[in-house]
Design a protein around this ligand. Structure first.
Ligand SMILES: *[C@@H]1O[C@H](CO)[C@@H](O)[C@H](O)[C@H]1NC(C)=O
Length: 254
């Protein structure tokens, strides 16, 4: 996939990218002086030093560099794909826990109903030095309480889990998200056929369409990444195939 990051990697590798020193073009008269510089520096220094150019991503670190993986640990062996990353180049508010909750509401998800937790807790290793850690957030589409009971929307079943990449080895601040679509709750929260791709695409659609919450507006840009997740169903919970694509979202505040 030909991404800006890859392009940067190529420029970087071939020594063409003099991005620390702005280049002043003098091809124009002084009234048209053009000041150009390279892309913005990554927000954080990584403690394990400079990453190889192809991994020199902005706003998140490939978990595989430090023993992590893009499948979570649903059981000891099987996992569900973390198929969305909210890069830390996003609105800093969304990178906080309470900010993510509010952003989730703006795109049609709510917190688990009244403290009830359905399904088991998944773990994930984001290669940030913290090893496997339990999910830090679980959001479900359109939950609403009626008479002390929590009802899922009939149409519902979209949900996502989120983990924060903030251990010292890869302290990017990005959110890694596993999104999927479930059958209705009578079927005990089974993922529907193609439910990983559908769940991801639903979240991406909501985010890129733009959303708002109490006067704050956001809109996401998406970059699709192949190669982080293996395509298919090997090691995937419920044996459901997925296409291996990860959506990298950068959520801008408008
Ligand atoms: C890492 O992120 C989690 C989830 O937002 C948070 O609970 C935790 O305090 C953070 N750790 C550090 C060291 O900031």
């Amino acid at each position: 996939m030909f991404s800006p990051t890859l392009l940067f990697g190529i420029l970087y590798a071939s020594g063409l990218c003099a991005w620390s020193s702005p280049v002043v073009s003098t091809d124009y008269d002084s009234s048209q002086l053009v000041l150009t510089s390279g892309p913005a520096q990554p927000q954080r220094e990584y403690e394990n030093g400079e990453l190889p150019p192809e991994e020199n991503t902005f706003g998140w670190v490939d978990p595989r560099l430090n023993g992590g993986r893009l499948l979570d640990y649903t059981t000891r062996r099987l996992g569900e794909p973390m198929n969305v990353i909210i890069s830390s180049l996003s609105d800093p508010f969304i990178l906080t826990e309470s900010g993510l909750h509010i952003y989730a509401k703006s795109i049609g998800f709510s917190e688990e109903c009244m403290g009830l937790h359905y399904g088991n807790i998944h773990e994930a290793d984001l290669g940030d030095g913290l090893g496997r850690k339990p999910e830090q957030y679980l959001a479900r589409q359109e939950y609403f309480p009626i008479g002390g009971t929590c009802w899922e929307s009939v149409r519902g079943g979209h949900h996502f889990r989120a983990w924060h990449q903030n251990g010292t080895i890869a302290n990017s601040g990005a959110w890694f998200i596993g999104a999927s679509q479930e059958e209705d709750s009578s079927k005990n929260h089974k993922i529907i056929p193609n439910g990983y791709n559908l769940g991801r695409d639903y979240l991406v659609e909501q985010a890129t369409a733009g959303s708002h919450w109490q006067g704050v507006w956001w809109k996401a840009e998406v970059e699709w990444r192949a190669g982080l997740l293996e395509r298919g169903k090997r090691g995937v919970n419920h044996g459901i195939e997925q296409d291996g694509l990860v959506a990298i979202l950068t959520v801008y505040r408008l």
